[in-house]
Design a protein around this ligand. Structure first.
Ligand code: COA
Length: 370
């Protein structure tokens, strides 16, 4: 039987060393940026929200797992859930059993009767276990997993809770021309007829005004989405400035009606195509490699779309998708990806599937009673 050891902040080496061994020859693995990840883990540990465990056998680390509690989620949803994450394991059921037993004990200590996961830290990153698409690069902020993990997790009594999906589509056809929008999106975009409507890309010269307009739309549009609270303007502007420094302004498209901002859509360079080249080294060789790789990013990642409620159902979202794909092409990208979409989010799935996108990676969120 393996032994289980709780890891401290000064002893996180095992967490990073094991995946390096497991994925040594796997080109789909993107190493975490160690220093940044350590800082973020420390913040969760300081608040008593995160416990990390390593399984060892004959002095060697053979598995890792975390237990996480998210009191905000428990209070909001009323579900007594603890999350497992940072799951890495050699292909050995006894090791997986020991890891999950330790997490179950922790969950019960926290008063939780359900364990769900994997989820590493926040709800917006590393959600779910790869169950399809192992040969592809994971999208930014999502993880890669060994092919045998799903069987190990299911072998411990976990069943599917829901899937989240990563979609892709080529931007160009075989001749290098921009691909036509598929029907019915094309007709929907063409039929969109709103008097006074102007859809245009953002501009570095008007950066502050464009970001403020996008923020207005963001808070109006997302007010109808459960679980989302308004984002303060300062926080949005800070994020937006970084975004517009890294991204081509054509990747963010804004729609106005008679000068009033009513919709926007944003895509982002797929950073994993550059981070993958770093192999987890922050300095200095890693940055050099990733800077060189930045110019080789060929994927734009579709992250945000919002239409204020009064213009929904008008075809404006289709028009915006059309402009966004055109902007992405003009900025030199050849592939568009969208991630991650909760399979239960029917409207969002209708949009990405309507744009001709197909699933290239499927992540499964599992759950078990404890
Ligand atoms: C998502 C959003 C941009 C869509 O714009 P919209 O004008 O409402 O979109 P549409 O009315 O054209 O509907 C889009 C598709 O979803 C479908 N749809 C809408 N509600 C649905 C539901 N409850 N179940 C199933 N399908 C639904 C529509 O039938 C349509 O499909 P189609 O193109 O095959 O006809 C808009 O609703 C919005 O801003 N929502 C809040 C922000 C958000 O959730 N953004 C997405 C995450 S980034």
């Amino acid at each position: 039987m393996p032994t289980i050891r709780e890891l401290t902040q000064d002893d996180l080496g095992a967490l990073f060393a094991l995946p390096r061994r497991i994925y040594a020859n796997d080109p789909s693995w993107v190493a975490p940026i160690g220093l940044l990840e350590r800082k973020r883990i420390a913040a969760f540990m300081d608040k008593g929200r995160l416990k990390l465990f390593a399984a060892e056998r004959d002095g060697a680390v053979v598995g890792t797992i975390s237990a996480l509690r998210d009191e905000g989620y428990v209070a909001h949803k009323g579900e007594p859930v603890a999350w497992f994450g940072y799951f890495e394991c050699i292909e050995d059921e006894a090791v997986a059993a020991a890891l999950f037993e330790r997490v179950a004990t922790q969950a019960r200590e926290w008063g939780c009767t359900l364990v769900r996961g994997p989820r590493n830290l926040t709800r917006f990153e590393s959600m779910g276990l790869t169950v399809e698409g192992h040969a592809t690069l994971p999208p930014f902020m999502q993880s890669h997993h060994a092919a045998w993990y799903a069987a190990l997790v299911e072998g411990q009594g976990f069943a599917k809770h829901h899937d989240v999906l990563a979609y892709e589509t080529p931007v160009l056809d075989a001749l290098g021309n921009q691909r036509e929008l598929p029907e019915p999106l094309k007709s929907k975009a063409a039929a969109c007829d709103i008097p006074g409507l102007v859809v245009r890309p953002t501009s570095r010269l008007r950066m502050a005004r464009d970001l403020r307009d996008a923020h207005t739309v963001l808070n109006e549009a997302f007010a109808t989405v459960p679980d989302i609270s308004p984002m303060p303007l300062g926080q949005w502007m800070a994020l937006g400035r970084v975004y517009l420094t890294v991204a081509d302004p054509r990747m963010l498209q804004i729609a106005h009606v008679d000068g009033r901002p009513v919709a926007f859509a944003g895509t982002f360079p797929e950073l994993n195509e550059a981070i993958g080249a770093m192999r987890g080294d922050l300095l200095p060789l890693g940055w050099l490699r990733s800077t060189l790789a930045m110019s080789t990013i060929h994927t734009a990642s579709f992250k945000l779309i919002g239409v204020v409620p009064e213009y929904r159902g008008t075809g404006l979202q289709a028009k915006l998708v059309d402009h966004t794909i055109r902007g992405v092409k003009e900025a030199g990208y050849t592939r568009l990806e969208a991630s991650v979409v909760d399979e239960r989010n029917a409207p969002m799935r209708a949009i990405v599937e309507g744009a001709g996108m197909t699933v290239y990676r499927r992540y499964r969120v599992y759950q078990a009673g404890v």
